[in-house]
Design a protein around this ligand. Structure first.
Ligand code: HEM
Ligand SMILES: [Cu+2]
Length: 564
């Protein structure tokens, strides 16, 4: 700041930051040392998108191998490594990092804060997560030394015992799997604590819990759920490492350990984990669907309560992944019922989204296209999920391609669609540039066609008895034509994702200027410039309702008149 009372004139650099050209090194330095939640949010998201391309390439390799019977594109060993790395990458490096990217960027802006509660912890968490993820891929080089050209883990993303025991998994591939997840888990815990603390303590004046955007509500719940479920995962990884290095026998059945114990530890993490991934998709839906329907979200209190309900229920259903290991019939009945219970709060959500759209003036811009597809696909995933929760049905379909089709409906059909919608919606805020709607429509239609070709079709070989994780199959099974369609769909999805990457690069350079509020939206992040200044808000905002920006634009008919 220029100040004539300063003793030494010109001692301070008064060039406004925007006018100064920064060297590449300066820019790199500012990103590497940043503690700003917005930059960290972008780092998380870019990191996640990078791994999406890597995990996607692995999926395509898997699908080329399975496109025809008796194919020899991949060796059995490489095939196992690819599906293990694909699953692990998609869950931990794509899903978890992109959603935490969204949370980092948006939570402080939406609650009118200047940053997260612990900015340095925030930076630490990102770099630890990034390091953990990189360590996983280092196994390609380091797994059993460079002479064997490395060896990535090949035990499935669930790493069932006893396959992970030293006897069956020699070399270091499994250690890379366990240790990289312990490391990235440390970062995840840090971020989750930060989001909880930020939501509790950094809300601006007037923002009561019942006025918080539902997006923030959901990330509050997700973070709490993360804290609860990372614990059993980390414990399991540590036990596995003890078994492998210190002669422990936690999971060694020969020495009185239990392989089923691993399954309990893994799934009491693994099942809630799918909610850690899907609740953020709901969070995005809760912001986009109302704005593009021009109506406030229907049933706000029920939506908040249902989110908490889903999180609670998800903690008590893990053993539906274990119907076939020989639990008692009472356990099977309990886990069938508890699993179905999640249909109630989920039904409330779907109903309320539809009620929000009902009678609204819907604009099908790209974000809304993705979220409309999300609604439909999430409904189907829910229905096949209910089918699988019936234990005798699951007995038939367990470890078949039907299960793969079901969970990709959740992870791709719901989570990835919501993430794409969210990127189209908030990209203008983060960069100041709109993503191209024209390329966006190409991206959307290619992706949805590819998705349905792949994952609708995939149910069929599943019902015909094709097991998951097999490297190839004989032509006489009748699975061949179905698999060919699945693979073609997969490649179309890959192309669509590249179209999206192209859109980001082109729009970043010469996209349309966004301005602060391109979608005529209602929440606080749209009150500040795009991209927002370092300090987010020049003056701390004060809110009087759930839609503060609506109140500002419509002083004659503000929300606070109606909200109790
Ligand atoms: C273009 C999109 C995708 C295609 C074509 C695809 C395809 C596949 C295939 C063929 C498998 C192997 C199944 C097996 O033989 O065991 C698989 C497994 C898996 N995928 Fe994907 N996938 C895609 C995207 C995703 C995404 C976005 C996620 C998560 C966010 C994901 C999560 C998983 C998981 C967790 C597994 C489990 C691996 C296992 O069974 O061991 N996938 N996928
Ligand atoms: Cu589950």
């Amino acid at each position: 700041m220029a100040d004539s009372t300063l003793p030494i004139q010109g001692a301070l650099d008064i060039t406004p930051p925007a006018a100064r050209k920064h060297s590449i090194l300066e820019i790199a330095h500012s990103w590497i040392t940043t503690v700003d939640h917005k930059k960290l949010g972008i780092l998380y998201t870019v990191f996640g998108i990078f791994w999406l391309l890597v995990g996607g390439a692995e999926a395509i390799a898997i699908r080329i191998q399975l496109a025809m019977p008796n194919n020899h594109f991949l060796s059995p060993q490489t095939y196992n490594q690819f599906f293990t790395m694909h699953g692990t990458t998609m869950v931990f490096l794509v899903g978890m990092t992109i959603i935490f990217g969204f949370a980092n960027y948006l939570v402080p802006l939406m609650i009118g804060a200047r940053d997260m509660a612990f900015p340095r912890l925030n930076a630490f968490s990102f770099w630890v997560t990034a390091f953990g993820g990189t360590l996983l891929y280092y196994s390609f080089l380091g797994g059993s030394g460079l002479y064997g050209v490395g060896s990535a883990p090949d035990v499935g993303w669930f790493a069932y015992a006893p396959l992970t025991a030293r006897a069956f998994s020699p070399g270091h591939a499994t250690d890379y799997w366990a240790i990289s997840l312990i490391v990235s888990g440390i970062g995840t815990v840090g971020t989750a604590i930060n989001i909880v603390a930020t939501t509790v303590s950094m809300r601006c004046k007037g923002m009561t819990l019942m006025r918080m955007p539902l997006f923030v509500w959901l990330f509050f719940v997700v973070s709490a759920l993360t804290l609860i479920t990372i614990t059993p995962l980390t414990a399991a990884q540590i036990m596995l490492t003890i078994d492998r290095y210190l002669g422990g026998h936690f999971f060694d059945t020969q020495a009185g350990g239990s392989a089923v114990a691993w399954m309990h530890f893994f799934w009491i993490f693994g099942h809630p984990e799918v909610y850690v991934l899907i609740l953020p998709a709901f969070a995005i839906a809760n912001e986009i669907i109302p704005v593009f329907s021009r109506k406030a979200i229907f049933g706000y209190p029920a939506m908040a309560a249902a989110s908490v309900g889903i999180a609670f229920v998800s903690l008590g259903v893990w053993a539906h992944h274990m119907f076939t290991v020989g639990m008692t019939s009472v356990s099977n009945a309990f886990f069938t019922l508890s699993t179905m219970l999640v249909g109630i709060p989920t039904g409330i959500k779907i109903f309320n989204w539809l009620a929000t759209m009902w009678g609204g003036k819907i604009r099908f811009a790209t974000p809304m296209l993705f979220l409309t597809a999300f609604l439909f696909q999430f409904l189907i995933a829910g229905l096949t999920g209910i089918m699988l929760s019936v234990s005798p049905w699951d007995w038939q379909l367990h470890n078949s391609y039907f299960v793969i089709a079901h969970f990709h409906y959740v992870l791709v059909g719901a989570l990835v669609f919501a993430i794409f919608g969210g990127l189209y919606y908030w990209f203008p805020k983060a960069t100041g540039k709109m993503l191209s709607e024209k390329i966006g429509k190409w991206h959307f239609w290619l992706f949805i066609i590819g998705f349905h070709l792949t994952f609708d079709t995939m149910h069929v070989p599943g019902i015909l008895g094709m097991p998951r994780s097999i490297y190839t199959y004989e032509p006489d099974r009748g699975w061949g034509p179905w698999n060919l369609v699945v693979s073609i769909g997969g490649i179309i999805q890959g192309i669509a994702t590249l179209v999206f990457a192209y859109n980001m690069i082109v729009s970043l350079r010469k996209g349309e200027e966004a301005g602060p509020d391109p979608w005529d939206a209602w929440t606080l992040e749209w009150t500040t410039s795009s991209p927002p200044p370092d300090y987010n808000f020049a003056i701390d905002p004060v809110v009087g309702s759930r839609r503060p920006l609506w109140d500002l634009k419509h002083p004659e008919d503000p929300d606070w008149k109606y909200e109790a």
